[in-house]
Design a protein around this ligand. Structure first.
Ligand SMILES: *Cc1c(COP(=O)(O)O)cnc(C)c1O
Length: 382
């Protein structure tokens, strides 16, 4: 699955992920570990193992297939699939691998009924457990509050399917200016939980993501789905609520080797399109990383990397597998950059360390996307 043809190295600090889990779980009580999309690029199996050792019991993946992979790795915890069953093989995999799917529409529910009928594995004593997914404002997936009576009657007739959870997802929990919408979603979700429980269906509620854990303790219910915080990003970075997540520690560091260092006379340009000209006699280092390694081309003439603990700017266009950085100031300070030195695209030593938030800013995106993309490169674990 990793990009196989490059020189980038992604180092994952599992201790940081464990630290972040302890912190989020202590704040909320029953944090589920969201490890969808290869644990946001940090590696599904190694992250799940580290968190299981740390006491995590519930793991949240995206596709049912990811859940199967996790179960086959020896995971004994509860595994939840956010996307739920989509293809025939997904429906077949749920029971043997004991995966709890999010179920958010009638079609899925009907096909699950067919699946338990076709299999002898589900019985009223050992039912297929599901999480009922509700749309309370995100408007992507899920049943709605008025669906509850019909859900109750369908489920009452099918003892081999047991709803053990009700779930919903918040659209604006990380936006302090938009907490009225969180409140609206919270009220609808509470009404859903009340209606289910009055109908005799005793579900664990979960709606909080990382931002919900940190900022909205009234929304913790019986479980919380912790994602980005596990990987060390503060969802409130840059907002007036920044202090809520200040003690989270980033876990991903990405470096690539310097493959060439050479002088550039004042006025000379570097890379495609001649978009950068040396303002004075300069020294550039060429780093073996580019957009084929998911290092965004939007960083052309933008942002920088960390070399020897210093920040050095990216100059000229980012190429497919090479990027130029201006190391003149390092050279002026008497630090010679050598072929083989590692340039940190993410992380590195202070004061030049590149934070996930900075990188996301340079790319015009969010830290989630930075991790998912850079995490496609080969990884090593610490
Ligand atoms: C990804 C995801 C989460 C985790 O959200 P974070 O903001 O990363 O904490 C929780 N719930 C659902 C449904 C998700 O898709």
């Amino acid at each position: 699955m990793a990009i196989p043809y490059n020189k980038l190295r992604v180092r994952i600090d599992l201790d940081a992920i464990r630290h972040n889990y302890r912190l989020l779980n202590a704040r909320s009580g029953n944090a589920f570990a969201v490890i969808k999309a290869d644990a946001y690029g940090h590696g599904l199996i190694p992250v799940a193992r580290a968190l299981a050792e740390e006491g995590a019991r519930t793991f949240v993946v995206g596709t049912v297939g990811e859940g199967v992979q996790l179960r086959e790795s020896g995971c004994r915890g509860r595994i939840i699939s956010l996307l739920g069953p989509l293809d025939p093989e997904d429906y077949e995999a749920l029971l043997p691998h004991r995966i709890i799917p999010f179920v958010g529409n009638w079609e899925q529910l009907t096909r699950l009924q067919d699946a338990v009928e076709a299999s002898s594995a589900a019985t009223p004593e050992q039912p297929l457990e599901i999480s009922l997914k509700f749309d309370t404002g995100m408007a992507r997936l899920g049943f709605h509050l008025p669906d509850v009576p019909r859900l109750l009657s369908v489920l009452a007739r099918e003892p081999r399917i047991r709803p053990v959870m009700a779930s919903s997802h918040l659209a604006t929990a990380d936006e302090p200016g938009n907490w009225a919408f969180v409140q609206e979603q919270a009220e609808i979700f509470q009404a859903v939980l009340d209606a289910l429980r009055q109908g005799g269906v005793d579900v664990e509620g979960n709606i909080a993501n990382t931002a919900g854990i940190l900022a909205h303790s009234a929304l913790h219910h019986q479980g919380q789905r912790a994602g980005i915080g596990l990987y060390g990003c503060n969802p409130f970075a840059g907002t007036e609520q920044e202090a809520l997540g200040h003690d989270l520690r980033p876990a991903m560091e990405v470096s690539a080797p310097v493959v060439e260092v050479h002088p550039l006379a004042a006025g000379q340009s570097v890379s495609y399109g001649c978009t950068w000209h040396a303002p004075r006699d300069s020294v550039v280092a060429i780093v073996a990383a580019g957009y084929a390694d998911a290092y965004s081309r939007s960083q052309s003439n933008h942002g920088g990397v960390c070399l020897h603990g210093r920040r050095v700017p990216v100059v000229g266009r980012v190429c497919m597998q090479l990027t130029a950085v201006d190391v003149t100031e390092l050279a002026d300070a008497g630090k010679s950059v050598q072929v083989g030195d590692r340039a940190y695209l993410l992380g590195g030593r202070a004061p030049g360390r590149v934070t996930p938030e900075e990188l996301a800013g340079w790319w015009g995106t969010i830290t989630y996307e930075v991790f998912c993309l850079l995490g496609l490169n080969p990884k090593e674990y610490r």
